[in-house]
Design a protein around this ligand. Structure first.
Ligand SMILES: [Zn+2]
Ligand SMILES: [Zn+2]
Length: 340
């Protein structure tokens, strides 16, 4: 029986799930961000200004959906300069449009840029200060509290954060890893992190992966340092409605990309099948060494592939590379769930 891993109906909506504006330390106003992203074919932007949840219902129109969200962080306690300090950042996207909770709130820590000007205590459910702790338990507690309070949680840019395996392997509770952060890539960090994704999957975390810009737009749109429109998430849903889109996030009905498209993905009779935009390479990755790649050329790119899922796979995921070397990554699918 055919099991669709991306829904066969509905359409893909292009989304940037990590974004900064003049509300914190970005250089474009929310209106300017909307204008830029609509011009580049985006339907969804999560406005994730630092540590402050400001909804943007004024930006909603028939072709554009702003998601209510913010980026939360906790820093290693140290006297070292920030450039040498480990930190952990996560984006929280409210699943329900009327959820304006500020979880793990602290009245004066972590707000920076213009964010303090926007603090509206009247919208906070509880103003008790939460002391964030940089540790496996502390980060996991923040992720857990965010999930319990109705947020979709992504773990962001481990390389920029100076985090390594010994740090992120102890984090429990995220919905997704930010597998690519375009602003960090533009800035020189190797922030395309399939290895981190495999590390977490091999440790048993059943998590998704997203790609995002984390745009601050310090540099102009037409220059080489522009950090917009390079990492995106394609969300498959029936309608461009708030709850339809966030439900698709909860269900994993999306893939991450820096260029290529994953158009169809299904499992049938022990095989994974994928259809893509023209690709140079389509790879199937799993928890063991039984990976497999198909190759195309400039003249004869490939647009489909299949993979007999090995007995010891544990999970499978697809990686697609286009003629410019840009990757797209599917979510991982655990084999015990494929057969259900
Ligand atoms: Zn960040
Ligand atoms: Zn950010």
């Amino acid at each position: 029986m055919k099991k669709y891993l991306l829904p066969p109906t509905g359409r893909f909506y292009k989304a940037n799930l990590h974004c900064h504006t003049t509300i914190s330390d970005g250089h474009l106003t929310p209106e300017e961000v909307k204008e830029l992203y609509k011009r580049h074919g985006y339907s969804v932007v999560a406005f994730t200004d630092h540590d402050i949840l400001i909804p943007h219902p004024e930006l909603r129109d028939a072709d554009f959906l702003p998601l209510n969200s913010y980026e939360m962080e906790v820093n290693e306690p140290t006297s070292a300069p920030f450039s040498q300090t480990k930190t952990c950042h996560m984006c929280l996207i409210a699943l329900e449009p009327d959820n304006l909770k500020q979880v793990c709130w602290h009245k004066d820590r972590y707000l920076f840029g213009n964010a303090p000007k926007y603090v509206d205590r009247s919208v906070h459910d509880d103003n008790e200060n939460y002391d964030r702790v940089y540790s496996h338990e502390g980060v996991s507690d923040m992720m857990k509290k965010a999930r319990e309070n109705g947020f979709f949680v992504t773990y962001n840019h481990p390389r920029w954060s100076l985090e390594n395996y010994s740090d992120y392997i102890g984090y429990e509770g995220m919905n997704a890893l930010e597998i690519a952060n375009y602003s960090c890539l533009v800035g020189g960090f190797p922030e395309y992190d399939p290895q981190v994704y495999d590390d977490l999957l091999r440790a048993g975390r059943r998590i998704f992966c997203i790609a995002a810009d984390d745009n601050h737009n310090i540099f102009p749109e037409d220059g080489p340092y522009c950090d917009s429109c390079g990492g995106f998430t394609m969300i498959k849903a029936e309608k461009l409605e708030y709850r339809e889109i966030t439900r698709a996030l909860e269900l994993g009905n999306f893939y991450a990309s820096q260029g290529p498209e994953i158009r169809e993905l299904w499992y049938e009779d022990g095989k994974l099948h994928v259809r893509t935009s023209p690709a140079r390479k389509i790879s199937f990755c799993c928890a063991t060494r039984h990976t497999y790649s198909y190759y195309g050329t400039d003249e004869n790119p490939i647009t489909e592939a299949e993979y007999e899922v090995p007995q010891d796979a544990v999970y499978v995921r697809v990686n697609v590379v286009d003629e410019k070397g840009r990757p797209a990554d599917s979510n991982a699918y655990f084999t015990d769930e494929l057969e259900r």
